[in-house]
Every structure is written in structure tokens, then in C-alpha cells.
Design a protein around this ligand. Structure first.
Ligand code: NI
Length: 385
């Protein structure tokens, strides 16, 4: 591997930028693409998205995707290249993903020039994966339909560094791989008053307690156990002191699911419990859903293609089938338009049992995974002939 790819990764790590603010990162990407002689278009998805095109043969055009944004976390790695921006950190390894795709661009342009690339390849450098739905904006801006640069895309692949997998191992699965993560905010309103005279009040705290208890039955009694689902109430706020029954209680939480059917049940049953249990306590409730990313669903044929390419390149033992994970990914937006496959790239160093998890203040992408990630993407780009 070119040692300067490690330098690029460390430079990106040291200069993390939050979603839609990845101006420096986008400049680095565009500088590297220009240096390699790769045709690209910047300024997408609100300004920082970059789309690159590598011409190839008659094969079906594919896209490869990297995300560029960092997280609002105070880094505690103590690394020489630790974040120079206080409170902002590449704690999800998007510095690694971006570097990998730069490495892929360099290799593919060489293959393309020597007539060794069987299909055109589009490279997507997107902003704002962490909650900003940058992937949706890249799709809206035409990154898959051929209107910006290169031909329309037939399928897309993306990867994520995975601390729970050993270095050298790759994993994916057909069907749902990452969850839909919706959020909600609810308010239960009663009638406040003196805590010594509860019979003159309508206590929203008692109602909220009953709602929270009942909501625990939704996953266990209403969701197909094979499909699974999550409903977590993560914030409860109400009241000011010991002798006042408050007027209202605020609840916040999240639902996670891998099948839309389960999501439908989670939403309707929670609303039913919220309204009817609150009503039984004399309170009224309102709820506001915050729509999260859709389920990240791997197309069977695209997964098959990935599985066989990765097995050929790395050996059958290095390529695993993983269980779905309840985290969310905005790679899902691409998968709503074209067949897609998302896969996990092992990061955990050899001879180590564990490393800091994604979104942890001590997380750092493993540089040794950069060439493996590059090879994993290149394996999907067929040589000509
Ligand atoms: Ni991430």
C-alpha cells in the first residue's frame, strides 16, 4: 500500500468535520482525485459531496460509496494524530472509509487507462451519514441516475469498519443487515396541583409510569419473535419538586426494526398504549415521530456477487455471514433505488481480543484494514477479458 494513504488517513483523522461541514475533507478528496487524473464533480449534497467517474468497458456500471463525516465526541485516544478540533472526532472510522475509496480511485484509473477495467465505476464520497441523511441528498442530486457524471448505476456496494470482527475478516448477509431507527417525543398532560390533594389532580407521572410499563409488552406480545424489534424509552422528564403534581410529563425514545411490518406494529401499538392508557388515567397524550433511516437491506444477487468476489479474493474462511445489527445506516437510501450490498470490514488487530467500539472516544480506524478494504472493493470491479 502507498504509505501516503496512511498519511492521508491520519490527516483526515486529525481534522474531523461534522455532517455537511466536511469542506476540508472534501477538498482533500478532490485534490487526490485530481492528482490521480480522475474525473469528478464536487459541490453535491449541500456542498461537500463528491462524485467521481472511472470509465470502463461494456460491463454493467457499479458504484462504490464512502462517508466522510465525524461525530461530536471529545477524542481520548492520545494519538499523535488525534483530533485537533475539540469535541469533534472520527469515532466511526469514516476517515478510513474515505481513504479506502481514494486508494480504490488510484488503482481503478490505472486499470481504466490500460483497458483493464470491465465496467464503468462511480465513486461516491458523501457527507453527513451520522444523522444528516447525506446519502439521501446524494441520491436526490443524481449520483445514481447518470445525470451528474458517468452512466446510470446498476448496483452499489459500501463497507463499514467493524471493531467486533478480526482484521482480515469480512462479513455481510442477504436481506436486512442494519435496522430502521425511528425516534419519538411524546407528552402526557394531566392536571397539576398539590401533592397532598391528588384526588383534585390528574397525575401525569402515574399515567407515564403505566404507559412505560405497558409499552414493554409490545415487543414481547405483538412482534413476531423471529422478526424482532426494539422499543426503548430513553428520557423521562416531569415535575419540579416533592410537593407538586406536575401538569405534564415528557417522554423520548426510539424504535428499531429490520422488517417494515414490525415497524408498523411498534408504531401503532405504542400510539394505542400511549393514548388509551393515558386516557384511562384521565390524561391526554400527543406524539411526534422522528423518521430515521430506512432498513439497510442487501439485495440477494448483489450479496451473492459480493460473497463470491470476496471469497475468491480473501478465501472462504475470511468471509462470514453476520447477524443483523440494530444500528442504522444511510447507505439504505441507495438501496431503495438500486440493488445494494453493504459489508463489514474487520478492524480488530490480530492478537487482540477487543478494541474500542464505534462511537467510543478511544476508537481509531486500523490502518492495516486500509489495503484490505481497497482489495475488497477492487474485487467487485471485474478485470477485462
Ligand atoms: Ni459510520
Amino acid at each position: 500500500m502507498a504509505t501516503d494513504l496512511v498519511a492521508i488517513r491520519h490527516d483526515l483523522h486529525q481534522h474531523p468535520e461534522l455532517g455537511y461541514e466536511e469542506h476540508r475533507t472534501s477538498d482533500v478528496v478532490q485534490r487526490e482525485l485530481a492528482a490521480a487524473g480522475v474525473e469528478f464533480k464536487g459541490g453535491l449534497a449541500g456542498g461537500t459531496g463528491v462524485l467521481a467517474h472511472i470509465p470502463g468497458g461494456e460491463g454493467e456500471p457499479i458504484a462504490l460509496r464512502a462517508d466522510m463525516d465525524a461525530l461530536p465526541i471529545l477524542e481520548q485516544t492520545g494519538l499523535p494524530y488525534a483530533s485537533a478540533t475539540e469535541g469533534c472526532m472520527h469515532a466511526c472510522g469514516h476517515d478510513g472509509h474515505t481513504t479506502i475509496l481514494i486508494g480504490v480511485a488510484r488503482e481503478l484509473i490505472n486499470r481504466s487507462r490500460s483497458g483493464q477495467l470491465a465496467q464503468p465505476v462511480t465513486l461516491i464520497f458523501q457527507p453527513a451519514e451520522e444523522g444528516g441523511a447525506g446519502g439521501r441528498r446524494m441520491v436526490q442530486d443524481g449520483c445514481l441516475d447518470g445525470s451528474v457524471i458517468g452512466p446510470p448505476i446498476s448496483r452499489i456496494f459500501g463497507l463499514h469498519g467493524w471493531p467486533a470482527l478480526p482484521l482480515g475478516v469480512l462479513a455481510s448477509r442477504p436481506g436486512p443487515i442494519l435496522a430502521c431507527a425511528d425516534g419519538f417525543e411524546a407528552r402526557i398532560t394531566g392536571h397539576g396541583g398539590h401533592a397532598a390533594m391528588p384526588h383534585l389532580c390528574t397525575d401525569p407521572i402515574a399515567a407515564a409510569a403505566a404507559v412505560i410499563q405497558s409499552a414493554q409488552q409490545i415487543v414481547s406480545r405483538h412482534i413476531d419473535p423471529v422478526q424482532g424489534g426494539v422499543l426503548s424509552i430513553t428520557r423521562v422528564e416531569g415535575g419540579t419538586t416533592h410537593n407538586i403534581i406536575p401538569e405534564s410529563v415528557f417522554l423520548q425514545g426510539t424504535t428499531r426494526f429490520l422488517e417494515e411490518e414490525a415497524g408498523e406494529v411498534l408504531h401503532t401499538q405504542f400510539e394505542k398504549i400511549l393514548h388509551e392508557v393515558s386516557g384511562a388515567h384521565g390524561c391526554v397524550a400527543e406524539i411526534d415521530w422522528k423518521e430515521g433511516y430506512p432498513v439497510t437491506r442487501n439485495d440477494d444477487a448483489a450479496w451473492q456477487e459480493w460473497d463470491s468476489a470476496a471469497s475468491q479474493r480473501f478465501g472462504r474462511d475470511a468471509v462470514r455471514t453476520m447477524a443483523p445489527v440494530m444500528g442504522g445506516e444511510d447507505f439504505s437510501f441507495y438501496g431503495q433505488v438500486v440493488p445494494a450490498c453493504f459489508f463489514a470490514l474487520g478492524l480488530c488487530p490480530t492478537n487482540t481480543d477487543a478494541m474500542p467500539s464505534l462511537h467510543h472516544p478511544c476508537f481509531d480506524f486500523n490502518d492495516d484494514a486500509i489495503p484490505i478494504g481497497i482489495d475488497a472493493f477492487l474485487a467487485l470491479c471485474d478485470p477485462k477479458g
